[in-house]
Design a protein around this ligand. Sequence first.
Ligand code: SAH
Length: 257
Amino acid sequence: MSDDNKTIHDFDFTIICEYFSVMERQGPGSPEVTIRALSFIENLTSESRIADIGCGTGGQTMVLAQHTPAQITGIDLFPVFIDLFNSNACKLNVQERVKGIVGSMDNLPYAKEELDLIWCEGAIYNIGFEKGLQEWRRFLKTGGYIAVSEACWFTEERPEEIDLFWKNAYPGIDTIPNKMKQMQNAGYMPVAVFTLPENCWTEHFYTPQVRAQELFLEKHAGNKAAEDLVAEMRYEEAVYKKYKAYYGYVFYIGKKL
Ligand code: SAH
């Protein structure tokens, strides 16, 4: 990857992957939250098959691996993340049943009714919540579960600044009742819904980025795209601090009827 000056918008994803690959998580979440979401899912055995879609480097997948005996596949678009995922699985000695593969969430390599559980933390926005729920449903067995976390509005009304920020970042953001309705309409019974605590954003997401940003800027000194990326992440953090009463991540657990 050459370090020439491009803007963040046309810049190769390589630099974004590099930025996020030093982080344990690539989105807001925590081991406690993963375990809590998993607690709503019944009957997982060593025969069960789980797909973790948009798995990143596998922060949440390794938690799943340690709390279920199931066979788990992590899928992500970026090979850099999948390499780290597979080395994380080896470190935990779960590589026989936990494997990362490169693939896209809009073209999953599964047969009809092959999966017992679809997991997706902080990634379904890439295809859209409603579309993801609809399209992935066919891969689940009847009685199988889906567990996804997604950015949502906490209130019906909000200041214009934050409204515009999200309409630009992810127009699919919506309120919790509307998302539940979408889940129900897509053919799942909503089993549980809970909001992620603030430490999923602070302690587990933004705080680790502070030191990582310094190192990243040192390494890419003078690179406009790297500077833009860090500026964007710092802006996101400031926005979160200012407007966290209005939005956050919400976990939705549904059962295929
Ligand atoms: N689940 C991880 C990563 C969330 S970040 C965590 O919570 O830490 C979103 C992830 O979605 C990134 O790893 C990104 O590479 C992945 N992604 C983006 N578009 C994708 C696609 N079309 N198919 C699969 N993964 C995708």
